[in-house]
Ligand binder design. Structure first.
Ligand SMILES: Nc1nc2c(ncn2[C@@H]2O[C@H](COP(=O)(O)OP(=O)(O)OP(=O)(O)O)[C@@H](O)[C@H]2O)c(=O)[nH]1
Length: 386
């Protein structure tokens, strides 16, 4: 009997406890301060942080790891390889020289070639900056051919003119530019010229040509005269992943910067070090002495393999005078003729080579980064006579 009563008491006790718990739970849930928090937003926000997100709780660690810690590096440009450049730029050269080619061929193919007509041909050649001696030589040769063959047919004349012009430009000259390591050291190139001819631009463009040929290039900003020149050069280099050695001190000794650049090139196993120098007037003795010093100081550390003289093709005969003075101070090994896109006087190529006995190695045909081409005599003459 007692056990039955015990059982009834237990059931009643459990029922009372369960009832109290259920009532308590319902009351608790109905209180305003105890509502369940809303569901959290999705944990990936493709919009990125906005002003409203600044007070948001810290993102969990795995979110932080998904964010890049540094901004992505700028994409390096891929410069055009040297081989195709002259062909691409041929049309530009032809456009600026149409007057020269057309008038010459009109004169030659105009039927009767009397003395007066030959004189006109010679004048046209001289006006294109070919030089008097070369113009006379060319006319004499053409005259002989006409009298021997007895023809003045335009296509035949064009062929002869082409041959003779190519011969005057001398395709046998070595136009290669040192850009390979020599005897376990980098090749050293020095770039010189008067103000504004396009030296810095040429160094920048040349670095691109060499990067396209997979050379390891280092630039030296020895133009310490113009504050912006080093920045300009550094920008050119950075576009193709090339470093620039420079001084942050305005007016620093350019010879010291050139020396440091060559040293850095040797220590970093570069293939080639290209040194930009300040523009200087060929008739300013102190500036030409400074150039001589740059050369001597570099040579304490390494031989100089190439001295490129940058000439502005639009300055014509005046450029030839500059060239002579530079050649006396530094041993010029190659000419870069810039701004050929802006002159109808393509004959300057012949003029400058004959005067200096130094080959034109590169031509600048525009302001674009890949508008510098290795000079090729046949393509050049074809463009002149287009
Ligand atoms: N059209 C054309 N412009 C060129 C060419 N090469 C260079 N230039 C322009 O010529 C101007 C002078 O070029 P820079 O490279 O600054 O000349 P620089 O010789 O270094 O000048 P300095 O250091 O002051 O002597 C710039 O506006 C170039 O864009 C070219 O082949 N064609």
């Amino acid at each position: 009997m007692d056990s039955v009563l015990d059982f009834l008491y237990s059931v009643w006790g459990i029922a009372v406890v369960v009832g109290v718990l259920v009532v308590g739970l319902i009351v608790g849930l109905m209180r305003p301060g105890r509502r369940r928090p809303p569901a959290p937003p999705p944990d990936v926000d493709v919009r990125g942080p906005g002003p409203a997100d600044t007070a948001a709780p810290e993102a969990p660690p795995h979110d932080a790891a998904a964010q890049p810690s540094t901004p992505p590096a700028p994409t390096l440009e891929r410069p055009e390889r040297a081989g195709r450049r002259m062909q691409r730029l041929r049309a530009r050269l032809a456009r600026s020289n149409t007057a020269f080619g057309r008038s010459l061929l009109a004169l030659l193919g105009g039927g009767k070639l009397d003395e007066e007509a030959w004189e006109d041909v010679e004048d046209t050649l001289i006006a294109s900056d070919l030089g008097v001696e070369a113009a006379t030589q060319l006319v004499d040769k053409l005259k002989q051919r006409v009298s021997a063959e007895g023809t003045t047919d335009e296509e035949t004349m064009r062929g002869w003119l082409r041959e003779d012009l190519i011969e005057l430009i001398d395709p046998s000259m070595d136009r290669r530019i040192s850009s390979r390591r020599l005897e376990d050291r980098p090749a050293v190139l020095l770039v010189v010229g008067v103000n504004g001819t396009g030296k810095t631009t040429t160094v920048g463009k040349l670095a691109r040509v060499m990067v396209a040929e997979e050379r390891k290039v280092l630039l030296g900003a020895a133009d310490t005269f113009r504050a912006a020149a080093a920045d300009q050069l550094q920008t050119w280099g950075a576009r193709v992943g090339v470093d620039t050695i420079r001084s942050d001190k305005e007016g620093a000794d350019p010879a010291a910067v050139a020396f440091d650049a060559v040293k850095a090139g040797q220590e970093s196993d570069a293939d080639v070090v290209i040194i930009d120098t300040a523009g200087r007037l060929h008739n300013k003795a102190n500036l030409m002495d400074e150039l001589g010093k740059i050369k001597r100081v570099i040579e304490k550390r390494s031989p100089i393999d190439e001295v490129l003289l940058v000439l502005d093709a639009t300055t014509g005969q005046n450029g030839l005078k500059q060239a002579e003075v530079f050649a006396q101070v530094v041993n010029v090994t190659g000419i870069v003729l810039t701004k050929l896109d802006g002159t109808a006087k393509g004959g300057i190529v012949v003029g400058v080579q004959r005067q200096l006995g130094v080959p034109v190695k590169l031509v600048g045909l525009g302001e674009g980064p890949d508008d510098l081409a290795p000079f090729d005599p046949a393509t050049f003459v074809d463009a002149l006579l287009d």
